[in-house]
Design a protein. Sequence first.
Length: 179
Amino acid sequence: MGADFFNAIETMKDRLDANAVAAQVPMGAEDNFWGVIDLVTMTAWDFKADEKGMTYPEPMDEIPAEFADIAATKREELLDAAASFDDELMEKILMEEDFTVEELKAALRKGVLANELNLVFVAPPTRTRASRSCSTLSSTTCPARSTSRPSPVPIRTPARRSSVILPSTSPSPAWSSRS
């Protein structure tokens, strides 16, 4: 049995009580993985290999038809999650008004920095041709990444009791001081 991206998100919700929301949708799975759909910009990315075997993401003209429904559904979930952190965005979504990608990213960022939203990005196995391209896309589309504060805060994960270093952007969660 292989990895299931959406099952992983549901597992995060069930076992960790996390507000986990997809920021991307995979196109294909395992050895047949060939691209992602960025739900923030609603852009599909195809991972193409050049003559040297290097893989680069290329934007597609449109989202492939077989992924259009799941992309629309997961986009709605992302918008609902983002709207809960920004009243102006919520009003625009409810009134079916246009909003910018920057407004959406700002709302997502608020949720992530408040430790109340967990954006989930596609991460293919390293043996696939798309692994390098996928990490490049995640780092460019993730609105929560911040290097404005250089001092890291060690956070102890409850499940494994091992430390993880995260950028310091807000006070540490209460459980970070547990031994």
